[in-house]
Design a protein around this ligand. Structure first.
Ligand code: EPS
Length: 387
């Protein structure tokens, strides 16, 4: 399974090609769009999300509702593009027109890809960098993950997410899977505890008033994943490593951990390792500090991924930078931004994990068509249970 995304933030559309989805998976644009809609929401998003109504059009690989086994092409239109027709035009422009080109960016934002991207690709207009480095691309990643979630659903594997902290306000509760499932979509910060949710909204309001932005921590859980996905035999087959790469590649994500994560540094080994037990349903662990991984392989327990998002670098509050034309120091000021995108980012993270799980499953099982994959998975699950 592999995918490519293309598209600039204010260009006409985002395009995704996914190659490797088995034939005979029931797939509709509406089901994918449902996930995109979740990503658009969340308290603290800026005005751009009021312009966009992200919906997916399937352009290839599906006939009469079922995948063909051929590449699936998805398109998400950028509704905002109509305001950027000249600025983001594809056709060459006259030199005289270039001089009048609006919204040329020569002032890089600290923390964004602007300056280094300009150096690397020799762009004097930093818009050429930020149009692609924008988190708009995460809509395409969610579209890919949504297809994967629909496939995983056929294998009774579920991926859920929640927000654990925003701007230092933490939901410290320890919840069962059912509690998380019942509550994670019930409020606009995607937090289980409603009282904490209100404190988070207040914190986002304060940041917005101060022209600042805030980050946070999200948790993704994958349920009913069979033991033995990934491998201990080589570094690039360790599934936790692959998930970590995928998660940290999401815009503004700076850290990832599994299960008890960084707390493990302070715990004795006897408290960290999860004791093994056997019940009629197969092998289990008496705790899940390791977040579902042993030796880079799934161990059959829920996969628990924690991830940290830094505050968005586009700030209303001035921060020092340097104009690349004049080299003069200036205080940046910006027109439009999200003050907090952590709730939306939890959706992106969930879909990044769904993609990596699907990818490894399609590597490990014969999967030309869904019936074959389901059959293979059923046999494998029975074998692992009886081991
Ligand atoms: C983003 C800036 C804002 C966000 C955007 C990411 O967009 P704009 O530059 O148009 O104001 O809304 O996020 C999305 C478009 C999205 O779909 O999430 C940035 O600079 O990264």
């Amino acid at each position: 399974l592999r995918f490519l995304t293309a598209g600039e933030s204010h260009g006409p559309q985002l395009t995704v090609i996914i190659e490797g989805i088995p034939a005979n998976l029931y797939l509709t644009g509406e089901a994918i769009s449902k996930e995109l809609f979740k990503r658009q929401g969340g308290y603290g998003r800026g005005r751009r999300m009021q312009i966009e109504k992200d919906t997916v059009e399937i352009m290839s690989g599906v006939r009469h509702g079922y995948t063909l086994g051929s590449p699936v092409t998805l398109v998400v239109t950028n509704d905002d593009h109509k305001h950027w027709l000249n600025i983001m035009g594809v056709a060459p422009i006259e030199e005289s027109a270039q001089a009048n080109m609006k919204r040329v960016i020569t002032k890089p934002r600290p923390g964004h890809a602007d300056l280094v991207g300009g150096m690397k690709y020799n762009h004097r207009d930093l818009r050429n960098v930020l149009e692609r480095s924008s988190a708009r691309e995460t809509a395409a990643r969610v579209a890919v993950g949504a297809v994967c979630r629909i496939l995983l659903d056929q294998l009774d594997i579920e991926v859920i997410s929640r927000v654990k902290s925003i701007g230092g306000v933490k939901d410290k509760g320890v919840y069962t899977i059912d509690e998380i499932k019942a509550k994670n979509d019930s409020n606009d910060v995607r937090v289980v505890d409603d009282a904490v949710a209100q404190q988070m909204r207040d914190c986002i309001d304060e940041a917005k008033k101060a022209g600042d932005s805030i980050g946070g921590e999200v948790e993704v859980t994958a349920l009913n994943v069979p033991a033995g996905l990934g491998s201990y035999v080589h570094y690039d087959r360790k599934l936790d490593g692959r998930i970590a790469q995928s998660v940290v590649s999401i815009n503004a994500f700076k850290g990832v951990s599994f299960g008890a994560g960084f707390n493990m540094a302070d715990m004795p080994g006897s408290e960290v390792q999860d004791p093994i037990a056997y019940n009629g349903e197969g092998y289990t662990r008496l705790s899940n500090h390791l977040g579902g991984f042993e030796g880079g392989m799934t161990n059959g327990m829920p996969i628990v991924v924690n991830a940290v998002m830094k505050p968005i670098p586009t700030l209303y509050k001035p921060l020092q930078s340097v104009d690349i034309e004049t080299k003069a120091v200036y205080q940046a000021s910006i027109e439009r931004s999200d003050s907090c995108a952590v709730p939306a980012a939890s959706i992106v993270c969930e879909h990044a994990v769904a993609f990596e799980l699907t990818r490894v499953i399609l590597e490990e099982f014969q999967s030309n068509y869904m019936e074959q994959l389901i059959e293979q998975m059923t046999v494998y699950r029975a074998r692992v249970k009886a081991f």
